[in-house]
Write a protein that binds this ligand. Structure first.
Ligand code: EPZ
Length: 431
């Protein structure tokens, strides 16, 4: 297993191009199931998660072709014929979002058998809302031996679905099924994350009829078939936010490009309060910080979009470890998303976690140490802390990082970070 080694202390100067959003790309990939015509996705990130979902789609008989096209990295999906509608546990457990192939398989073919994903390190993460939504759309659903078997031989039918609380995955899943349902579906209390908007806009380009984009009520008039299209994946706001925090942590001046400043405003507002200089540009932001001046502690509470993203909480916590004062961080989306706190403590951070709250007492310096990534966003928070920790920090279990950050060491290294990947070393001896 690979590790990332960082020698702390270098300021960052330069430009970082932001990739297409992982959490949009994997939903757009699932949309390819819905049409027998080719779907070409551009601005595609090349990540472990997109590779993995590509393998699952191939299992259904879909041709998946990655290439470098005139618009950069692209992937062509051709689902002319769906030859299997079975998604086994061995594949679904590796990436829980792959559960969301159930709805589109059902909508396209009338049947599917997909493994339940199980829990993960950031929480129990059940899929009850997904299953309820598909039942409301007329699917007959049976749960047996860890699998969901769903049928709708005469097709799905439109329905009103009121989500009891906001779920990104359940909104996306219901949308992917309702576009081919017979009649009108209304999704209330829908998620408004930008990746849902990206999916809805792509589906519209494929011929779907959806109203209420970027609001919490989506109205979908089902159509009998969808066409192929070309679609450019929205920039990754979490990658952008992570590099904005990295630049603020290390100090210096970094321009983030191919991105959208408006998508991370909840984060940049907090960074400005802490003392970071943020300048929006036409295609991103410039982040500046004088490392001689200590940042101030700021409190954050994670919320659904457009609030402060849970996927940026670990990174912001890393930033607060060396700020002046105490920062109180509330995690409201997932029940167990502070696994990075004890790892940051290994670098000298002073963090007390109690239930959904972490109190971060800023310290003057961090010291490099071996640490372990526990999930995707936690892993990048450890890299961020490593940028200022005195001496060397090595981050183990880098496969978490590879799920969602494209060429991270290359992007940070180009701005002056002393960062390298150590290939193939066993990382189980760290602690
Ligand atoms: C998406 O997960 C993202 N994943 C997550 O990013 C992100 O943290 C999360 O949304 C919140 O923004 C993808 O887009 C692939 P939810 P999702 O359904 O859809 C509970 C990353 O690092 N819930 O909005 O799974 C659930 O347990 C990942 O890229 C139910 O109880 O999130 C959670 O507490 C991590 N029943 C809350 O709702 C359900 O049926 C919100 O989850 C569904 C969800």
């Amino acid at each position: 297993m690979d590790r990332i080694a960082i020698q702390g202390g270098a300021q960052l100067f330069g430009e970082i191009p932001i990739s297409g959003a992982k959490n949009s790309a994997i939903k757009l990939m699932a949309a390819s199931i819905l049409t027998d015509q080719p779907l070409r996705l551009t601005n595609m990130p090349r990540l472990a998660d997109t590779k993995f979902l590509g393998q699952l789609l191939r299992q259904f008989g879909i041709t998946v072709t990655e290439s470098d096209g005139p618009d950069g990295q692209q992937t062509l999906f051709d689902a002319k014929a769906i030859t299997s509608t079975f998604a086994p546990y061995e594949l679904v457990r590796q990436m829980r979002a792959s559960f969301n192939v159930l709805g589109p398989l059902l909508a396209r073919t009338g049947h599917a058998r997909v493994s339940l994903p199980g829990g993960c390190t950031i929480g129990a993460r059940p899929v009850d809302l997904h299953i309820d939504a598909l039942s409301r759309l007329g699917a007959s659903i049976e749960l047996d031996e860890g699998y969901v078997s769903a049928t709708a031989p005469k097709g799905l039918r439109g329905a009103e679905i009121v989500f009891p609380f906001v779920s990104v995955g359940a909104t996306e899943h219901a949308l992917l099924a309702a576009v081919l349902a017979n009649g009108t579906t209304v999704l209330r209390n829908a998620a408004r994350e930008p990746e849902i908007g990206d999916l809805a806009r792509c589906l519209i380009a494929m011929g779907a009829r959806i109203q209420g984009l970027d609001t919490d009520v989506l109205t979908i008039d089902g159509v009998t078939s969808l066409n192929g299209t070309d679609w450019s994946v929205i920039p990754d706001r979490i990658e952008m936010g992570s590099y904005a925090v990295a630049a603020a942590m290390a100090g210096g001046e970094v321009r983030l490009t191919h991105a959208r400043a408006d998508l991370i405003q909840a984060l940049t507002d907090k960074m400005i309060q802490a003392g970071v200089e943020i300048t929006p540009t036409d295609d991103g932001v410039i982040v500046r910080r004088d490392p001689a001046r200590r940042l101030k502690a700021v409190d954050v509470t994670t919320e659904i979009y457009p609030g402060f993203a849970t996927d940026l909480q670990a990174q912001f916590m890393a930033l607060m470890t060396t700020a002046e004062g105490t920062s109180v961080i509330h995690e409201t989306i997932f029940e167990n998303r502070f696994m990075h706190a004890p790892e940051l403590a290994r670098l000298g951070a002073d963090i007390a976690v109690h239930a959904g709250e972490a109190r971060v007492n800023g310290v003057e310096v961090l010291h490099g140490a071996p640490v372990m990534a526990t999930d995707l966003r936690a892993s990048v928070s450890l890299v961020i802390a490593g940028l200022v920790a005195q001496g060397e920090t090595t981050v183990g279990r880098v496969y978490h990082l590879d799920r969602g950050f494209e060429r991270l060491e290359e992007k940070l290294g180009a701005c002056g970070a002393q960062i390298r990947r150590i290939h193939g070393e066993d990382d189980s001896d760290g602690h």
